[in-house]
Design a protein around this ligand. Structure first.
Ligand code: SF4
Ligand code: SF4
Length: 176
């Protein structure tokens, strides 16, 4: 019985290999032939814009806090109407493991993963992407979302102009 099991165990791999000899090869001749990855494939990271063209990133640092390898850094700034933005934003792709946690953490949908996997480079310093390399002209995966339409811009601005924002309240109207 043990002998039969050993013979079977020895021959079975050869039988499986023989079966594959007559199947169509699955090797793809990259880079002449390129596979189209699925839409949720996680590769090169981009910074996207609102439907009105404004930068979505509010420099909240949540993505850099979520990043397990600390490859995102930025500096926050604020413009005249209280809208925050990243004065500079940097991702070191030589350390990135494309886990997608930064995109999950982002409250404004600014940072998104794309299926563009062709970012290899011989010079490691060329894998450090600055904001101008990351910021694209479009909205990415969600073409309708506009963070500031929900959050408002700043306390200095007139309230009540955004979707989830109450208008100004006169405190005296609340008196009994
Ligand atoms: S994909 Fe992961 S490793 Fe890469 S920047 Fe985002 S959080 Fe960091
Ligand atoms: S990309 Fe998103 S999570 Fe990162 S700082 Fe900008 S708004 Fe915050």
């Amino acid at each position: 019985m043990t002998l039969w099991r050993d013979i079977k165990g020895t021959l079975q791999p050869f039988w499986i290999t023989l079966g594959y000899l007559f199947q169509k090869p699955v090797t793809i001749q990259y880079p002449e032939v390129k596979r189209t990855p699925p839409p949720r494939y996680r590769a090169r990271i981009v910074l996207t814009r609102d439907p009105d063209g404004g930068e979505r990133c509010v420099a909240c640092h949540l993505c850099s806090g979520a990043c397990p390898v600390d490859c995102i850094s930025m500096q926050a700034a604020e413009d005249a109407d209280g809208r925050r933005y990243a004065a500079w934003f940097r991702i070191n792709f030589s350390r990135c493991i494309f886990c997608g946690l930064c995109a999950e953490a982002c409250p404004t949908l600014a940072i998104q993963m794309t299926p563009d996997y062709e970012i290899c480079n011989r010079d490691i310093l060329n894998l450090v992407y600055e904001k101008e390399d990351l910021l694209i002209d479009g909205c990415g995966k969600d073409t309708q979302y506009n963070f500031y339409e929900h959050a408002g811009i700043g306390v200095a601005n007139e309230r009540g102009r955004n979707q989830d924002e109450y208008g100004p309240v006169d405190p005296k109207s609340l008196l009994p």
